[in-house]
Design a protein around this ligand. Structure first.
Ligand SMILES: CC(C)(COP(=O)(O)OP(=O)(O)OC[C@H]1O[C@@H](n2cnc3c(N)ncnc32)[C@H](O)[C@@H]1OP(=O)(O)O)[C@@H](O)C(=O)NCCC(=O)NCCS
Length: 205
């Protein structure tokens, strides 16, 4: 089981405090409200988020299963709305490795309530999601799809380092991916660079 994901405090572009946390069963009702708003705003576009259960009870069971899984997690962004914290954004990360994949792959999705868009929240959610994936999962590659006309989403993903790998000309969407360099891999690479650059391995004269 993965390590517990701690809450992260951050600031939006307009200097409001947000809390990024792992979705827990206590957040289920606020999460549902956020999800419903995103669905209404995006004309029920089911491709935007994972398919979540319809009832609160089923959602709580779903959250428990995600919490106990090895590689899956869901981050939410909460902002102080004046009458308590409100969930304004969702970033979900699910292991999507198929049998014939040579490495562990996950799919990521992000959505922000329109009133809170353009404030850097999606970037903060995804950036933290990627860092957690590097340290707490064994996922090696993150993939996503984005419709051709979703310029803001495409820019966001490119800013985070995702590269376009394919395009579906008929359905007009791109495949994008990001390779994850885990901490251990980075340590091995930097030790190798240090060793080859600074350690004299030539035979003694
Ligand atoms: C796409 C979406 C997630 C972006 O969320 P956001 O919180 O507004 O994005 P951020 O403020 O964190 O912006 C991060 C980067 O995204 C890009 N971006 C965001 N809004 C943009 C816009 N209106 N035009 C162009 N680029 C934009 C920019 O690169 C931006 O970085 P910058 O501010 O340094 O230029 C949000 O618009 C959304 O939820 N849309 C509806 C659901 C959706 O389309 N989800 C993605 C499905 S593929």
């Amino acid at each position: 089981m993965k390590t517990k994901i701690k809450d992260i405090e951050a600031k939006t572009k307009d200097s409001r405090k947000i809390i990024i946390s792992s979705l827990s069963r206590e957040d289920a009702s606020d999460f549902c409200q956020c999800l419903n708003m995103i669905m209404v705003e995006n004309k029920n576009d089911r491709t935007l988020t994972a398919s979540y259960p319809n009832t609160l009870e089923d959602l709580k069971i779903f959250i428990l299963n995600v919490t106990n899984s090895e590689n899956d997690f869901i981050l939410i962004a909460k902002i102080d709305s004046g009458i308590g914290n409100k969930v304004v954004g969702i970033c979900d990360f699910f292991d999507s490795t198929e049998e014939d994949d040579s490495e562990q792959v996950a799919e990521i999705g992000v959505s922000i309530i329109s009133e809170y868009q353009g404030k850097g929240i999606a970037y903060l959610l995804m950036k933290n999601c990627i860092e957690i994936a590097k340290t707490s999962t064994n996922i090696k590659k993150i993939i996503l799809t984005v419709k051709e006309d979703k310029i803001n989403a495409k820019n966001l993903y490119q800013k985070l380092g995702f590269k376009i790998t394919n395009k579906n000309e008929q359905k007009k969407f791109y495949w994008m991916e990001l390779a994850l360099l885990h901490f251990v891999t980075l340590m091995i690479i930097s030790s190798f660079v240090f060793f080859t650059n600074y350690v004299d391995v030539s035979p003694p004269l």
